[in-house]
Design a binder for this molecule. Structure first.
Ligand SMILES: [Fe+2]
Length: 150
């Protein structure tokens, strides 16, 4: 039975889906059951695939997002944490045949995803009001990988 946030792929047409609500039925595409992706199940080089999570300090960002400020109840302001997720400790290739398709961050019941394309850097910055996060990434050749933040 599919569960929340599981990733499934059709091995015939390449469709990939993420569960946003798990029901009792099995997922089928092109007349075949879709394949459930488990994190870290391939034997490919881990150092190029396991996400590296870095919590950035104030004023430290390379993205176009200079800062994100959220306004709380009663007019108080709170600055969200910024997390930089890099794939991996040795940079993953980003060429047409082999690249990171997306990086996802899950924190406190929220999911955020940065889609990437060949030529991009294998990294993403997320502004999130959370202390700890889980990062996942999908490589078009080596599948799904995950790292729990501290
Ligand atoms: Fe890969």
């Amino acid at each position: 039975m599919p569960k929340l946030l599981e990733i499934y792929k059709c091995e015939k047409c390449g469709n990939i889906v993420e569960m946003v609500h798990g029901g009792p039925g099995a997922l089928v595409c092109c007349g075949e059951p879709m394949k459930l992706y488990k994190e870290n199940t391939t034997d490919a080089a881990q150092e190029k695939h396991v996400p590296v999570i870095e919590k950035l300090k104030d004023g430290e960002t390379k993205s176009t997002i200079a800062s994100i400020v959220t306004h709380g109840i009663g007019g108080t302001t709170k600055v969200a944490n910024r997390f930089k997720v890099t794939i991996g400790s040795v940079a993953h290739p980003m060429v047409d045949e082999h690249y990171i398709e997306w990086i996802e961050l899950v924190a406190d019941g929220k999911a955020y995803r940065q889609f990437l394309k060949p030529g991009d850097a294998p990294e993403a910055i997320f502004c999130v009001d959370a202390e700890s996060i889980t990062a996942r990434e999908y490589c078009n050749v080596h599948g799904l990988w995950k790292k729990e933040g501290e």
